[in-house]
Design a protein around this ligand. Structure first.
Ligand code: PLP
Length: 219
């Protein structure tokens, strides 16, 4: 996996150290994750607070990213479990995280703003225009550190078809940072089927599940 990331970096002249592999561990049992952490896979991602609650204490030594939709009533629990929230998808959620993150001793909470780049009605996330209008408000929240943008690509038949989504997120990031320099430059994009294309287009985090752990059980 790291070799594939390094080759994708090589094709576009990037340093492989600029890409963080977030191993998406949903449905993978804790015992396997203990072995994964021992093998050096130390940044793990989950999409549900309830599943993470059972697994995080059983897998020491990992740093956990929340990558799924976060309900308001799970924010306090999420702050106990996760080091980074990648899936901030409304200003309301950002405000709530900010309020509770103020109690932490570990400094500002790193977050990503999730963008629904393709305007997919089935997906969470800010619309690009909406985010432009609301970014100053999010950046004004004192207890959050907005590291950058995150997106979940469309389901596509070939990795190449995912490229326009990644290009759009990168260009949106550039436009928003010209408007609001406090926005971080990180880009979380790319999953098992298309992470190499995402790296070619500037991803600094890729979120890979099946390509590391195998197919997830259906239903
Ligand atoms: C499941 C998931 C991933 C990883 O998907 P794979 O196809 O298994 O690589 C990435 N991001 C999010 C938000 C997910 O829910």
């Amino acid at each position: 996996m790291l070799a594939r990331i390094a080759r994708a970096c090589g094709r576009v002249g990037r340093d492989p150290a600029s890409v963080t592999l977030v191993a998406i561990s949903k449905t993978v049992p804790a015992e396997r994750l203990v072995a994964a952490v021992a093998a050096g896979l130390t940044v793990l991602g989950e999409n549900r607070v309830q599943e993470a609650e059972a697994k995080v204490p059983a897998v020491p030594g990992a740093s956990w990213h929340m990558v799924g939709h976060l309900q308001g009533n799970k924010v306090a629990k999420a702050l106990e479990l996760f080091a980074v929230i990648e899936s901030v998808d409304t200003v309301g959620l950002a405000r709530r995280l900010d309020r509770l993150a103020g109690d932490r001793s570990s400094g500002r909470l790193p977050v990503f703003l999730q963008v629904n780049v393709d305007g997919d009605p089935a997906k969470e996330g800010f619309g690009p225009a909406e985010l432009s209008a609301q970014l100053d408000e999010v950046e004004a929240l004192p207890n959050l550190e907005v590291r950058g943008l995150m997106t979940v690509g469309r389901l596509v038949a070939t990795p190449a078809q995912a490229r326009p989504t990644f290009v759009a997120l990168r260009e949106l990031s550039e436009r928003l940072r010209a408007q609001q320099p406090a926005l971080g430059a990180d880009l979380s994009m790319g999953m098992s089927d298309d992470f190499e294309v995402a790296v070619e287009e500037g991803a600094t985090l890729v979120r890979v599940g099946r390509a590391l752990f195998g197919a997830r059980p259906t239903a």
